[in-house]
Design a protein around this ligand. Sequence first.
Ligand SMILES: C[S@@+](CC[C@H](N)C(=O)[O-])C[C@H]1O[C@@H](n2cnc3c(N)ncnc32)[C@H](O)[C@@H]1O
Length: 273
Amino acid sequence: MHKDLFSKPLLEKELKSIFVPDVGDWADKVYNHSSEDMCNIPDNSVALAVTSPPYNASKDYDNNLTLEEYLGLIKRVGKEVYRVLRPGGRYAINIANLGRKPYIPLHAFFYQIHIEQGFLPMGEIIWQKAKGASGSTAWGSWMSAKSPRLRDLHEYILIFTKQGYTRPDKGKSDIKKEEFMAATLSIWEIPPESAKRIGHPAPFPVALIERLIRLYTYKDDVVLDPFLGSGTSAVAAINTNRHYVGYDIDKNYIKLSETRIAKALKEKMEKLF
Ligand SMILES: C[S@@+](CC[C@H](N)C(=O)[O-])C[C@H]1O[C@@H](n2cnc3c(N)ncnc32)[C@H](O)[C@@H]1O
C-alpha cells in the first residue's frame, strides 16, 4: 500500500540507459545567482547535492518569507536539483525544526515536498551537535509540568535519491572501514563549526560534508550545493577529490567561498609536493 505514495524506482537497465554527460567547464565553479535556475548545469550530471537551505529564521541572509513562500523556494530548488542529479544521485538536506508555539516540523514539510517531486527517501541522519545544552526554559516552567520546553541538540539530514536506490554505474569508493561503520549509523555526533571563525552565520563543519561525500559518492563525482554559503561543501569536495559546483545569491558569500576554495586547493597542492 505504502508503495503508492512513492515514485516507482527504475530498473537497473533503465537507469543505465539514461545519458550522463562528462564533467564539463560548468563544474568547479561557484555561481552568484538563485539556485531556482541552475541552467549552467546539464541534466543528469551531479552525483550528490548536499545543502543546508536558508532557515527563514531571521538570520541575516533570510528574507522572512511566509512559510508558504519559503516552501515555494524549496520546491523550485528541489525541481532543479532533481533535473541535474544523475540516475541514482542523492540529495542530502540538512534541516532544523523551528519554534515551539507552534513547533514547526520543517523536516516533515520537506519530506512531503520532495516525495511529491519524485525523490525516493532512503534514510535520515540525526546530526547530534552537542551532548548537552544550557539555556532557556520558559519563565515559570522550571521543573514544572506547566510548560516544559524541549531544547534541541540535533538537526536532521534527510537523504533522497533520484530514480533508483542503487548507483547503476561503477566508480571508486574511498571510505575507510571505521568511517563506513560510523557513517551507516543513523546518529552522527559531529561538533558544529563556529560562525565567527568562518564569517557566515550557519557554516557546516567540513567533517560532516566530507563524510556524506565519502559515503554517497565515488571519486571524481560532482557535488552540488544549491545554497553554498561560505563554500564548505566545495572545500569538502576538494579535500575528497571530487568536483564541486555551488550557488549563492549573496555576492559576499560567493567571495568568501572563493577565498576558502583557493585556500583548500593550495593546501592540497602543498600536500602533493
Ligand atoms: C544556511 S546557509 C548555507 C551555509 C552553508 N552550508 C555553509 O557551510 O556556509 C544558506 C545560504 O543560502 C543562500 N541563499 C538564500 N536564498 C538563495 C537562493 N534562492 N539561491 C541560492 N542561495 C540562496 C544564503 O545567502 C545563505 O548563504
